[in-house]
Design a protein around this ligand. Structure first.
Ligand SMILES: Cc1ncc(COP(=O)(O)O)c(C=O)c1O
Length: 479
């Protein structure tokens, strides 16, 4: 096969001899289940994320379930998450016996519509699970404002719930270890943050995950991010409870029991089995040493993609901005104004050319299990629009610069071919509308609506007059 035709995989793990050595050392050490390497990784990840506490577990799914169980969420309760995510954001809600409530995305966005979230909050709501999709953290200011606005509906029932004066946030940051938002690290923003270290993630322990928490802050100024932690439930107590939840409710873990004569333990309740092993933690330790360089390389690759894609009729997710930096996990691209048939053909053509791509995500209401629960995609029009023309390009640290250029070239070729096959008819959402949505979002995020940057149609004091999306898109292009 010619060099240029070598397959480009979607997301292979980046494992070096150093990880292999570390695993061999763990195996030789005689301690292969949860032990000193796991505890050391927890300590380092706690420092890395700036969290108040951190536990390593066997997956992000387990971490989400543990967070909900820590909060005491169960039958009769409701938990809200996004319709635009992987099933693992929602299934733990069902597994703890609560009701899954899905909200649509905001128009032209991968994030939950925070107004729709506000409408979905009831007196039964016990948590909200925002999704830091592609490694980009959500707008936690908007999210917290909505939860503050709905404080009157908050009905805390357990001691952990009573630590909060509003519905707590359990972030699904499966993609977002290493991300920052307004100078804060992912793990130190939401009340609870769950991470995935699965094989395709940008930091891996083969399988694995983590649960971080940020203790409730003093109520005097609940919106101040830097307020001191209140001592109502200590980090030590939360840690102790996660240890129990994740290991059968057993009062001593294997390491504690291994001490001479310390065999006896109690089972405090019928717990679960979610612990990380030291073999996994050995991989994680080396990945963490390498992580700053891995994040920097992801940034270079994304910036190269951005330059290459600039002339194509596509919209990419912004990974770096005044708001902070994502972990650069996924290269999400929308084919402006196209339908599913066009996007699917592009995926096929790229696969034929040796380039693996993906879709993140087919909204949950389109999946059989969620349809059986009564969800209908018709109630999630924005999520559907976001999905129908989304394609995720390969993004991983084994890619060379030339690989990125080839992916861009193959995407351009595939789009041209799909167009030639007659699949390119414009949809209800025109390219102008898509560009407009991206522009509005950018202006909102950068606070750029004031002064010279404000488009005429939105200028303060302007007479209200009908302006079409095409007018505004044209105006934007003139700038
Ligand atoms: C958004 C999201 N949440 C949760 C998960 C679950 O992660 P894990 O496989 O570690 O349980 C994934 C995994 O792909 C994910 O993409």
């Amino acid at each position: 096969m010619a060099e240029s035709r070598k397959p480009i995989p979607f997301s292979p793990p980046d494992i070096t001899e150093a990880e292999i050595e570390a695993v061999a050392d763990a195996l030789r050490s005689g301690w292969i289940t949860t032990g000193p390497r796991t505890k050391e990784l927890e300590r380092r990840l706690c420092a890395f994320t700036g969290a108040d506490g951190f536990v390593c577990l066997n997956s992000a799914t387990a971490a989400l379930e543990c967070a909900l169980r820590l909060l005491g969420v169960g039958p009769g309760d409701e938990v809200i998450t996004s319709a635009y995510t992987y099933t693992a954001s929602a299934s733990p809600i069902h597994h703890v016996g609560a009701k899954i409530v899905l909200v649509d995305t905001a128009p032209g966005s991968y994030e939950m519509d925070y107004m729709a979230l506000s409408d979905a909050i009831t007196e039964r709501t016990k948590a909200v699970i925002p999704v830091d999709i592609a490694g980009r953290m959500c707008d936690y200011n908007q999210l917290r404002s909505m939860l503050q606005l709905n404080r009157a509906k908050w009905r805390p029932e357990t001691d952990v719930q009573r630590c909060f004066d509003r519905v707590p946030i359990v972030a699904d940051a499966a993609h977002a270890l290493g991300a920052t938002w307004h100078d804060m690290k992912c793990g130190s923003v939401a009340d609870f943050t769950t991470f995935s270290f699965h094989a395709v993630k940008n930091f891996t322990t083969a399988e694995g995950g983590g649960l971080a928490w940020r203790l409730p802050r003093a109520a005097a100024d609940p919106m101040a991010w830097n307020a001191p932690a209140t001592p109502a439930v200590t980090s030590e107590e939360l840690y102790r409870r996660v240890m129990l939840l994740s290991l059968h409710g057993q009062s001593k873990d294997a390491l504690a029991k291994a001490k001479a004569g310390a065999w006896e333990y109690d089972i405090e309740f019928l717990g679960w089995k979610y612990n990380m092993t030291d073999i996994m933690a050995a991989i994680g330790g080396v990945q963490l040493d390498r992580y700053p360089a891995l994040l920097a390389r992801r940034r270079q690759l994304i910036e190269r993609y951005e330059r290459g894609l600039a002339d194509l009729p596509v919209t990419t997710l912004e990974h770096y901005g005044r708001w902070g930096a994502s972990s650069g996990h996924l290269m999400l691209v929308r084919l402006d104004g196209r339908e599913e048939a066009f996007r699917n053909r592009v995926i096929e053509l790229m696969a034929e050319a040796g380039v693996s791509t993906n879709v993140h995500y087919k909204p949950l209401p389109m999946m059989t299990a969620y349809r059986k629960l009564g969800f209908d995609i018709k109630d999630y029009p924005n999520a559907y629009k976001q999905f129908r023309n989304e394609i995720t390009l390969p993004l991983h640290t084994l890619l060379s610069d030339e690989d990125v250029d080839r992916v861009v070239a193959e995407l351009a070729r595939a789009m041209e071919q799909a167009e030639a096959e007659g699949l390119g008819a414009a949809t209800g959402e025109s390219a102008a509308e898509a560009r407009l949505q991206a522009y509005i979002k950018r202006m909102d995020e950068t606070g750029g609506w004031s002064g010279d940057a404000a488009p005429r149609a939105f200028a303060v004091g302007d007479e209200e007059q009908p302006v079409s999306p095409e007018d505004i898109a044209r105006e934007m292009e003139d700038r």
